[in-house]
Design a protein around this ligand. Structure first.
Ligand code: PLP
Length: 458
């Protein structure tokens, strides 16, 4: 028996907690199936997906290679107690470690857990095991997850408000968000003044973060999203991290790159940090490592931080940590990466998308900013002055995309969009890395149609 939409929603009302993000949407949506770049809802409507589960399904839904990997592993060894090893866990660690060694000439080790936030928590444990505590810097606009540990270094107070005291809350530093420059400049006259504001913190003990007598910082690591994700797919000036890391090195502050959303070729590189010429000390990954088909995530750390003496057995544990299904998928994702030139294809597709967005922006004053790196692109929606954030228009576009079908070359279609940004007025576009140029054209047609409709309602 198939329940109707209404019946399921009645059950949901009665049995499901509202504590997750489902009820950010009104109405809520039930999806039934997916393929490549498309989702189908319970009533049979098709959606072109430019959210791809928050960049957790970079290699396309129902990817046949990954599907057969999953089935094969499920038949052979779906699960093993985490005190034992599987071949795939060891091989996946090796693949990740080798990728980092090849790019940055650093040796290190890999540690798995079940989700991005849990792996961020593990990285905080690692920082603490090395530095004696976990007071860290993070960015305004940062999102590192919603466990208690990750919430402490995620900028939104909203996520911490009801959940006790956060003694180790991060010191939040302004992000180089050039469209809304924290130092009042703009892209054309940027002299990275935001970085000077950070540098200033270390000038005297009265600026509050340094014991100047022995160069001892109060904050021992800096957590970054190399391209800020939930904050609005914000791409910093390309020299920013080189300059930042000079300050961090001077005071022995560790650089932790959160690649959970931007890793696995979202930006056209395996690790988004590769664009910026700086090597992290710790790198945290998740999401698309399993193409969203198993909740496996983890961290890599430099050898001296994660030796068996520094991070001994039992430092963290989860029943499903490094589970063989996720590890097998991760190995296959590396195989797919090896067999495809995503560096070239993602950057070509990204340039094509960005050109289309620039064209749209030239015709609609409400598009204040567009930008992109690989297939991580942003559209910032404003009022007609092109600057004042317009959340209402953003929400209306998103809502229309979810509820109104439009005839396209691929049939009647709706559009799944993700909204982020400091003012919740940015579309953070994360299409499948296997998207076609024709599908990008369709996206641009759909987006403009919803924008025009939404302007009519504003
Ligand atoms: C940059 C970043 N870090 C951490 C997380 C948390 O990951 P998870 O949702 O798997 O806990 C996310 C999730 O969106 C993220 O984008």
């Amino acid at each position: 028996m198939k329940y109707s939409d209404d019946q399921l929603l009645e059950f949901e009302k009665k049995w499901c907690s509202y504590g997750d993000t489902v009820h950010y949407n009104d109405p809520v949506h039930i999806f039934e199936s997916c393929s490549e770049s498309y989702l189908k809802d319970y009533q049979g409507n098709n959606y072109l997906d430019f959210q791809m589960a928050y960049s957790a399904a970079n290699f396309g839904y129902a990817n046949p290679t990954l599907e057969s990997t999953l089935i094969k592993q499920a038949r052979q060894l779906p699960m093993v107690a985490s005190e034992y090893l599987s071949e795939k866990k060891i091989l996946l660690s090796k693949l990740i470690g080798e990728s980092i060694e090849e790019k940055w000439k650093k040796k290190g080790r890999v540690h798995f857990n079940v989700g991005g936030a849990q792996s961020i928590d593990d990285s905080l444990k690692l920082v603490s095991a090395n530095c004696g505590h976990r007071n860290v810097f993070a960015f305004e606009g940062s999102y590192h997850g919603r466990t208690l540990g990750a919430s402490a270094i995620t900028s939104s107070f909203r996520y911490r408000k009801k959940f006790g005291s956060f003694g180790s809350r991060a010191y939040f530093v302004p992000y180089p968000y050039c469209f809304r420059c924290p130092a009042g400049a703009n892209k054309s006259n940027c002299s990275m003044e935001c970085l000077n504001l950070f540098k200033r913190l270390f000038e005297t003990e009265y600026a509050s973060v340094l014991d100047v007598r022995n160069n001892d910082p109060e904050y021992v690591a800096f957590y970054i999203e190399p391209v800020q994700g939930t904050g609005g797919y914000i791409i910093p000036p390309f020299d920013y991290y080189k300059e930042l890391s000079k300050i961090l090195k001077k005071y022995n502050i560790l650089l932790v790159a959160d690649e959970i959303q931007m890793g696995f070729y979202r930006t056209g590189k395996l690790w988004s940090m590769e664009h910026f010429g700086v090597a992290p000390d710790i790198l945290v990954f998740g999401k698309s490592m399993t193409n969203g088909m198993n909740p496996l995530a983890g961290l890599w750390a430099k050898e001296d931080l994660i030796t068996p003496e520094k991070f001994p057995p039992g430092s963290t544990h989860s029943t499903f940590g490094s589970n063989p299904l996720g590890a097998a998928l991760g190995c296959e994702v590396f195989n797919i990466i090896d067999q495809n030139d995503y560096e070239t294809s993602v950057s070509r597709l990204g340039e094509y998308l960005l050109e289309g967005l620039q064209d749209l922006s030239s015709r609609h004053a409400e598009i204040g900013d567009v930008d992109g790196l690989g297939l991580a692109a942003r559209i910032e929606i404003c009022h007609a002055d092109g600057k004042t954030p317009n959340k209402f228009l953003t929400d209306t576009i998103k809502q229309l995309g979810m509820t109104r079908s439009i005839e396209t070359d691929f049939g009647a279609m709706r559009l799944v969009l993700d909204v982020g940004g400091y003012y919740k007025n940015v579309f953070t576009l994360a299409p499948s890395l296997n998207i076609t140029f024709e599908e990008i054209d369709t996206f641009l047609v759909l987006f403009e149609a919803y924008l025009v409709m939404a302007k009519g309602q504003a």
